[in-house]
Design a protein around this ligand. Structure first.
Ligand SMILES: Nc1ncnc2c1ncn2[C@@H]1O[C@H](COP(=O)(O)OP(=O)(O)O)[C@@H](O)[C@H]1O
Ligand SMILES: [Mg+2]
Length: 317
């Protein structure tokens, strides 16, 4: 039995704290049953002290959102010389900021919905009336989506059907951070594709199709059992399946993701896929998409966790 000590980082101060505690608990259970020594760590001000005194063999990052997914914790662990699961500092940051990731994807020919990034300052400089007038035309009209550039779990996100709803949506998104992404709404079938690195390169898992009963895959649809129907593998034509798998692999490589990533997409009518974003610390809860995809590929939750931990342990200094 392996006796390596794994610190599972979870909770923290982000708005996705509760989700992370769920992911973290499942990961702890899996690691315990695999025979590892497990240290469950809620991320608080004492984190550095605890890591120094415990010196784990590696950290499993089960954090979601700001500080956990944006490169902050990754940078701290680099500094402490502790190996960790998932993408490195730069990759985490680039993927976390939706606007930055969209620029990189668009530059490399990855289809992503038309968008404009508006910072609170740009909004003021332009004058609210001009901005509100110009932005919808730039992204191709209504409906559109407004979301914080740096956030997750659909927090601060709204679908905007008409001009009079835009100011409130923008204020909402900007209350979560400096920049908002205003993006064309793509009508179609929602797909999420997870990627796990293997010795032979990135392994792309079966696509998951998401059908939120309310019509919007928001926080409650993501985490409440029964509010969303999932189909794995997604009910796509074989050629479209190939397209989405290829896109997920390209995004994983383009953003230099290590170990794991999950690309969220919409396949528009006419079978054209668009990538919305790339997640570098995908959810590991009961209703999360990566574990669902892994299961369809014949991998248990424990298999996924072990694979991520083995990869991190191989980078031990
Ligand atoms: N441009 C879009 N067109 C259609 N649906 C969208 C669009 N942007 C976001 N959504 C919906 O909102 C959900 C959350 O958006 P996403 O960009 O994945 O951000 P996050 O998951 O980080 O909050 C998506 O899973 C999708 O259901
Ligand atoms: Mg998403």
């Amino acid at each position: 039995m392996s006796q390596e000590k794994i610190a599972v980082l979870m909770g923290g101060r982000s708005l996705e704290r509760e989700v992370s505690l769920k992911s973290g608990q499942r990961v702890c259970d899996a690691l315990t049953s695999l025979g590892y020594k497990v240290l469950a760590l809620d991320v608080t001000a004492e984190l550095v002290e605890t890591l120094r005194s415990e010196s784990p063999d590696c950290c499993y990052i089960a954090l979601h959102g700001k500080y956990g997914e944006d490169g902050t914790i990754q940078e701290l662990l680099e500094f402490l010389g502790i190996a960790y699961t998932g993408p490195g500092v730069v990759s985490s940051y680039l993927s976390w900021d939706k606007s930055v990731a969209k620029y990189i994807m668009a530059e490399h020919g990855i289809p992503t919905p038309a968008w404009i990034t508006l910072t609170a300052d740009a909004f003021k400089e332009m004058g609210a009336a001009t901005a509100l007038d110009m932005v919808p035309t730039e992204v191709g009209g209504f409906p559109l989506v407004v979301k914080p550039s740096q956030q997750g779990s659909a927090l601060g996100l709204s679908k905007v059907e008409a001009p009079e709803q835009l100011p409130e949506a923008l204020l909402g998104a900007l209350s979560f951070g400096e920049a908002a992404v205003v993006e064309k709404w793509i009508d179609g079938c929602e797909i999420s594709v997870s990627v796990l690195d293997s010795a032979d390169g990135p392994e792309v898992l079966p696509p998951v199709e998401i059908e939120a009963k309310s019509g919007l895959f928001d926080f409650s649809a993501m985490y409440t059992a029964g509010e969303t129907d999932y189909f794995v593998p997604a009910r796509l034509e074989p050629s479209v399946t190939e397209d989405v798998l290829d896109l997920a692999r390209r995004v994983h490589e383009l953003l230099d993701c290590r170990d794991v990533s999950r690309a969220d997409m919409v396949v528009a009518e006419g079978d054209a896929p668009y990538v919305l974003e790339c997640n570098t610390s995908p959810g590991m809860t009961e209703t999360s998409l990566l574990p669902m995809a892994a299961e369809a590929a014949g991998m248990s939750f424990q298999d996924v966790v072990e694979r991520l931990v083995r990869a991190a342990l191989s980078r031990r200094k």
